[in-house]
Design a protein around this ligand. Structure first.
Ligand SMILES: [Cu+2]
Length: 417
C-alpha cells in the first residue's frame, strides 16, 4: 500500500516535470520549481502519523470537571463584554441598526488555551435583555447563558459574570440566547477559539497563518422593523418599571413567563391565551435574508485569504447564522480536518463544504496553484447583495507571490453583472 502511494506520487511529479519542459524556456518555466514548492515540500512538512488514528468512545468526556471552581493561584483571563445598540456597516451605504458586543459585528474574537479559566463580565448598555451562550463549550450549567433556563436574562444596566474553563479545544463561537431570531441576526455573535499545545491539525499540517471566517446573513428589512418595534416596547417597559403594580400585572401575561408546565396549563384553564395563538404578535416572521456576510462584511468588502506558494493555512469557518452555506474553493482541493472543534477520524479531501447553522468546520488549504481564486458560498442566493449579483458571501484566496509564477492580476470590483 505504502509503495503504491509512493510510486503514484513519483509518477505525478515526473508527469508535471514533463509538462514544464514541454512549455519550453518561457519566463514561467525558469521560476517554476514545482517539485520543491509543492509535492516535495508538502510531503516533508505534513506527517499523517501525527493524526489520532484510534476512535475513542470516551473522547466526548470533558478534560476538566466542568463544575470545578478556580483554585487560589489559578490564572483567570478576564474579558469585558458590553452590549450596546449601534449601527453596523455591511457595505458602503448599508448601515443596519444592531445590538453589538463591544461595538463590533461580529463580536471580538476570544482566543484562549484549553483548560484556561475564562471570566467574561457582560454589561448590558442597551434597553433589551441579553445573555451569552458559549456554543460548543463544556461549561457548568449555570454558565450556559440560556435565559429562564439557566439564568435570568441580563436586563438594561445589569451585569452578569460568566466563569468557565475553556474546553474542549477547537473552533467555537458565542452568541446571545435571548430572542435569538432577532438578537443573533442583529449582531450578537462572535468567534471563540480554544487552542491546544497538543493539536493534531498543527502537528499534521504545520500551518503558518490562520483565518477565522464567521458566516452569517440577515434580513435588513426585518431587523429595521424589529429594532423599531423594540424601541417602542423599550419605552413602554421603562414606564412599566416605574410602576411596580403594573409590572406585576403584566408578568406572566404579556411576556408569557410561567414557573413551570403546570402553572402554564392552569393559566390556560383560566382563559389565558398564549402569544402564539394571537395573530401577528410574534417577532419571528418568515425571513428573506438579503445580505450574506463573512465576518460582518459582504463582497466586495470581505477580506481575502492570503497565501504563498508552498504555504499551508488553516481556515476556521463558523456557521453563525440561520442558513447553511456551501463554501467552494476554486482551483484547489482542501482538507476538512475538524467539525464542531473536534478533529475528524481522518481528514477529508473536498472542494466544497456545507457549513450548517451552529456548526464549525476547520479546513487546511495548501498553496499549490498560484493565482487569485474565488472562495464562496455556492448557493446563488448567498452571492448577492440585496438581489444584485455578484456580492454576499464571497472572498478570494490570493497568492502574495503569484507574479513570481507569471500570474498578474489587475484588481476589479464588480457590483453587478
Ligand atoms: Cu440579546
Amino acid at each position: 500500500m505504502e509503495n503504491k502511494t509512493h510510486s503514484s506520487a513519483l509518477n505525478r511529479r515526473s508527469l508535471l516535470k514533463g509538462i514544464a519542459l514541454g512549455a519550453g524556456t518561457s519566463a514561467l518555466g525558469s521560476v517554476w520549481a514545482w517539485g520543491d514548492l509543492t509535492s516535495k515540500h508538502l510531503a516533508a512538512t505534513s506527517d499523517p502519523a501525527q493524526w489520532p488514528g484510534q476512535f475513542d468512545p470516551a473522547a466526548t468526556r470533558p478534560a476538566f470537571y466542568p463544575r470545578d471552581l478556580p483554585k487560589a493561584n489559578d490564572l483567570i483571563t478576564v474579558f469585558d463584554m458590553e452590549v450596546v445598540t449601534g449601527v453596523h456597516e455591511i457595505l458602503p451605504g448599508v448601515e443596519v441598526p444592531m445590538f453589538l458586543y463591544n461595538d463590533n459585528y461580529p463580536g471580538p474574537e476570544i482566543r484562549v488555551k484549553e483548560g484556561e479559566w475564562v471570566q467574561v463580565n457582560l454589561k448590558n448598555k442597551s434597553l433589551e435583555f441579553h445573555t451569552i451562550h458559549w456554543h460548543g463549550i463544556q461549561v457548568p450549567c449555570e454558565m450556559d447563558g440560556v435565559p429562564l433556563g439557566t439564568q435570568w436574562p441580563v436586563g438594561p444596566n445589569q451585569e452578569f459574570r460568566y466563569l468557565f474553563r475553556a474546553q474542549p479545544a477547537g473552533t467555537h463561537f458565542y452568541h446571545c440566547h435571548y430572542m435569538t431570531t432577532l438578537h443573533v441576526q442583529a449582531g450578537l455573535m462572535g468567534p471563540l477559539v480554544v487552542e491546544s499545545d497538543d493539536d493534531p491539525v498543527k502537528k499534521t499540517f504545520p500551518y503558518t497563518r490562520e483565518y477565522v471566517m464567521a458566516l452569517s446573513e440577515c434580513d435588513t428589512n426585518f431587523i429595521r422593523n424589529a429594532m423599531n418595534e423594540m424601541a417602542i416596547m423599550d419605552k413602554q417597559m421603562e414606564a412599566m418599571n416605574k410602576n411596580p403594580r403594573m409590572m406585576a400585572e403584566m408578568n406572566g401575561r404579556m411576556m408569557g413567563w410561567f414557573a413551570n408546565k403546570q402553572a402554564f396549563l392552569d393559566a390556560i384553564k383560566k382563559g389565558y391565551v398564549p402569544p402564539y395563538m394571537q395573530a401577528n404578535t410574534g417577532l419571528v416572521k418568515p425571513m428573506k435574508p438579503n445580505y450574506f456576510m463573512i465576518n460582518g462584511k459582504a463582497y466586495p468588502m470581505t477580506d481575502p485569504l492570503m497565501i504563498k506558494m508552498g504555504e499551508t493555512i488553516r481556515v476556521r469557518l463558523i456557521g453563525g447564522g440561520m442558513m447553511p452555506h456551501f463554501m467552494h474553493l476554486h482551483g484547489h482541493d482542501f482538507w476538512h480536518v475538524c467539525q464542531d472543534g473536534a478533529p475528524l477520524q481522518a481528514p477529508v479531501r473536498l472542494n466544497t463544504l456545507a457549513i450548517n447553522p451552529g456548526s464549525t468546520s476547520d479546513i487546511i488549504i495548501q498553496g499549490t496553484n498560484p493565482g487569485n481564486w474565488h472562495f464562496h458560498d455556492h448557493s446563488d442566493l448567498a452571492t448577492t447583495n440585496n438581489g444584485q449579483t455578484p456580492g454576499g458571501m464571497m472572498t478570494m484566496l490570493m497568492y502574495e507571490d503569484a507574479a513570481k509564477y507569471g500570474y498578474h492580476f489587475n484588481e476589479t470590483i464588480a457590483l453587478s453583472s
